[in-house]
Design a protein around this ligand. Structure first.
Ligand code: ADP
Length: 334
């Protein structure tokens, strides 16, 4: 039998796992546990168990899900496992069904309606009306294609099957292409791209990088007002050496502070006066975050709803291409 990599199995378990020593100091937390608390294993290391888990209960609620906590011990450590309680799985499932069925039914109804009208009244319609109906049919088909692509992306993420091909690329020219694509869909938004001097190439999968940028630019335009502007800034990260920072800033509706943590969850859409009017499945940011982390980067967001037009800034940090071959191998193994 081939050598089994137990660390990898533990790291990717569909349960949150935490290990503590006899003083209840954290010695290990897997990826799932870290994502629940929006942190990483290094930050948790040495912290006290009860800063995170309850002392007198074997369940706890994080975000909107309740977890069952079970514990096992060996000679060196105690291990805590957090699994979503079954009826919560039903909630995840019903969120999934309601989002997907809404996102499927709405464009399909519109495609069928406009096709029916064209079949029934073709002779009475003028060129402009036909052009208009066909454009709607095309836009609604694109919406369906985007939903199917997003669903395929999340199923690949869930089975850890996203194969990435790393390449050194110039972020600026890739982002210019992404802006051109989004500009077509939002002709009355202004886009501006600014780059600092001496920004190195980034080491990413080219297609996935474009998927990330299109999602962020699409959101920035979608959650902005008519004639709003979107700015993209590329620079060397001032906080993390060997990382390039890409900021996508808008001046739209913004996000309430209490909602900032959950926008990266799947199927999560936050109520605002634009979400009711705009299309979306709540999958975009979940996919974006997963892809960025798989490529060794991070994403964070600053946003405000205090002033009108204060808007949101999403910052993506990605590794500079000055990485060694060893680092590329480590990323490919992720
Ligand atoms: P979708 O846009 O399809 O709803 P996302 O996963 O891309 O899904 O975003 C999740 C939620 O985060 C959105 O429904 C919206 O409420 C919020 N959001 C994302 N980007 C922005 C932004 N630039 N400005 C304001 N809200 C945003």
């Amino acid at each position: 039998m081939e050598k089994v990599d137990y660390k990898k199995i533990l790291e990717n378990m569909p349960q949150a796992v935490l290990a503590v020593d006899y003083d209840n100091k954290i010695v290990y937390a897997n990826k799932y546990f870290c994502s629940l608390f929006n942190t990483n294993c290094d930050m948790l290391s040495g912290k006290n168990l009860f800063d995170f888990l309850p002392q007198n209960s074997n369940t706890m609620t994080i975000k909107e899900y309740t977890y069952q906590i079970t514990k096992t011990d060996d000679d060196f450590c105690s291990y805590y496992y957090l699994s979503v309680i079954d009826n919560q799985m039903e909630k995840i499932y019903s969120d999934f069904i309601s989002t997907v069925s809404h996102e499927l039914r709405t464009p399909l109804t519109s495609i069928r309606g406009f096709a029916d009208t064209m079949i029934a009244s073709y002779d009475k319609l003028d060129r402009n009306q036909i052009q208009k109906f066909l454009t709607i049919i095309k836009e609604q088909s694109n919406r369906l294609i985007k939903l199917v692509e997003n669903l395929l992306s999340i199923s690949k993420i869930q089975v850890q099957q996203t194969n990435l091909v790393y390449k050194s690329i110039n972020a600026k020219s890739q982002i210019e292409q992404s802006i051109d694509i989004i500009k077509n869909q939002y002709p009355n938004r202004k886009f501006e791209l600014k780059t600092s001097n001496n920004v190195p190439n980034i080491l990413v999968d080219e297609n996935k990088f474009q998927q990330i940028m299109i999602n962020l630019l699409d959101n920035a335009a979608k959650y902005s007002y008519e004639n709003g502007s979107v700015e993209v800034y590329i620079s060397n990260s001032p906080t993390e050496e060997n990382f390039v920072s890409i900021k996508v800033q808008d001046h739209g509706v913004g996000i309430e502070p209490e909602n900032l943590a959950c926008i990266f969850e799947k199927f999560k859409r936050i109520e605002n006066h634009l979400t009711r009017k705009t299309q979306g499945s709540g999958l975009g940011l979940y996919i974006v975050k997963n892809l960025i982390e798989k490529m060794g980067g991070h994403i964070c967001v600053e946003s405000s709803t205090v002033l009108p037009n204060s808007g949101s800034t999403f910052e993506v940090l990605l590794p500079a291409a000055s990485y060694t071959n060893q680092s590329i191998k480590a990323l490919e193994d992720k």
